[in-house]
Design a protein around this ligand. Sequence first.
Ligand SMILES: Nc1ncnc2c1ncn2[C@@H]1O[C@H](COP(=O)(O)OP(=O)(O)OP(=O)(O)O)[C@@H](O)[C@H]1O
Length: 272
Amino acid sequence: MSAPILDVQNVTMRFGGIVANRNVSFSVERGAITALIGPNGAGKTTIFDCITGFYRASEGRILLNGRGTSEDIGALITRPITGGSHLVTRAGIARTFQNIRLFKEMSVIENLLVAQHLATRNNLLSGVFRTRAYRNAEAEAVDRAYYWLGQMSLVEDANHLAGELPYGRQRRLEIARAMCTSPKLICLDEPAAGLNPSETKDLSDVIRRLCADHDLSVLVIEHDMGLVMRIANHIVVLDHGEVISDGTPESVTNDPAVIAAYLGVSEEEVVA
Ligand SMILES: Nc1ncnc2c1ncn2[C@@H]1O[C@H](COP(=O)(O)OP(=O)(O)OP(=O)(O)O)[C@@H](O)[C@H]1O
């Protein structure tokens, strides 16, 4: 079996005296959908922020494993002079946010083109002189943007303002924007928040298709257990910043520690 795409190893994240994650370890299998669940305040978004390079974990390591290569996320964001979360995107991790963060005053297509500036290696001079390489990269970016608009059924919205799209379409646009950076791993933070049941069902199909057809691994935070059970191959449960269960959907949902965390009672009370 190939190495997991992502290895989170003993990560602790502190904000002053608050410990948001304590000694968290889990893996994300290549080509599979891993769900990260847990009650409010369990530390899910914080671990996402460490994985995607928004925070440097206080302790521990996060490794993104390519085929034969391995990138240390903490080292990428602290690399002297050039370091930052953009290097994490370039290494192959993309994300969406719990609260949609599109460029609302830009058109849909512009949102997708901006996302690709990171991936193209053109410099200022090639832009000023509009070199052949620059023009080719621009054409490829437009093609890639339309490809992902097609995949997300958003082509007819290409020239609409992102902020004027209905909420469900904005969610799909965020995924399209993340996919335009050609990630190996996409991290989706509560993608079903605010969606109605039919939009949530469509989203399940979209996420499963991304994984099956595009050689993509998915890590998703979600409170909607219907969606989680429909799509996840593997579930990791956090509570009070720590991993309390990790396994198949069936083993996790029958785990007394998980039932206790969700009901707010002790594990002994669940077993009794
Ligand atoms: N920037 C920060 N500064 C201080 N404390 C923080 C910060 N970010 C998160 N926390 C704290 O860390 C803990 C975990 O928060 P986090 O947002 O990761 O939980 P979550 O599981 O994503 O919650 P939810 O499901 O409600 O989104 C909480 O107690 C939160 O108040």
